[in-house]
Design a protein around this ligand. Structure first.
Ligand SMILES: C[S@@+](CC[C@H](N)C(=O)[O-])C[C@H]1O[C@@H](n2cnc3c(N)ncnc32)[C@H](O)[C@@H]1O
Length: 239
């Protein structure tokens, strides 16, 4: 069954704390991605073709245009029609969004230099689908491409421990300490980096979202290597 996600958070004129955290979250994600691309010497961003697999409302797909990826070279696919309608509404028309499944993608072989999977592997429906998705991504990714995976890690239960609405969704999460995700993807991909990344939820106080006035403090803590977040970013190259 299709999960229901709260895709729409960009249509309000008044930015809530949650909106501000989401914007900050994406700013941090951008920062991590730039750092990794520099370290991997993959900086021809204006030439690259990028795919976000399971793109939701496309906010992270659009983020790549801030890194000089041309809108016409940005692709997003999601199984949820509502999500893709939002992508089309919120994005430049030259960006490419399509309803479809990551298990069988409508793209030619080896065409993407960067693939982003944010929240996809936890949502795709368990181990067989994770493996099938991995094969499909490997098929469409260039041999020297890079895949960024952002997903929930071993801290998930500590942070969401009391939040029944979240726990009921029964998301798969990946222990970043014992190579759980790496081993599921190992046929096609080798892991080249892992880091804990920002999630607003890590700074919740009980049921309350954390205070947005602490964003600059959080930013500096993360730069010092804070490891308490429920989200990780794994970076993979093709085998
Ligand atoms: C947690 S949301 C993440 C959305 C977006 N990537 C983000 O970071 O905000 C997971 C997304 O994966 C999509 N999804 C799940 N299974 C899929 C499949 N088989 N093919 C394509 N998209 C899928 C869902 O529809 C949903 O939009």
């Amino acid at each position: 069954m299709l999960q229901e996600y709260d895709y729409r958070h960009e249509d309000s004129t008044l930015l809530s704390n949650i909106d501000l955290y989401k914007i900050f979250n994406n700013y941090r994600v951008n920062k991590y991605i730039i750092g990794i691309l520099l370290a991997l010497k993959k900086t021809h961003l204006s030439e690259y073709k990028v795919l976000e697999a399971g793109c939701g409302n496309g906010d992270k797909t659009r983020m790549f245009t801030e890194l000089r990826v041309k809108p016409k070279n940005c692709y997003g696919i999601d199984i949820n029609e509502k999500a893709i309608s939002l992508c089309q509404e919120l994005s430049p028309s030259s960006m490419n969004f399509q309803v479809g499944s990551v298990l069988d993608m409508p793209y030619e072989n080896k065409q993407f230099d960067i693939v982003l999977c944010s929240g996809l592997f936890s949502a795709v429906g368990g181990e067989p689908n994770i493996k099938k998705t991995s094969e499909e991504i490997s098929r469409v990714m260039a041999d020297d491409g890079v895949m960024f995976v952002i997903d929930i890690n071993e801290n998930f239960h500590n942070i969401y421990g009391t939040n029944k609405a979240v726990l009921d969704k029964n998301f798969t999460h990946f222990n970043s300490q014992n190579g759980e995700l790496e081993s599921l993807l190992k046929k096609e991909f080798k892991n080249v980096h892992h880091m804990h990344i920002f999630s607003a939820d890590s700074y919740r106080v009980g049921e309350q979202a954390a205070d947005v006035s602490k964003l600059s403090f959080i930013d500096s803590e993360l730069d010092k290597g804070f490891e308490g977040s429920a989200y990780s970013m794994w970076v993979f190259n093709k085998r």
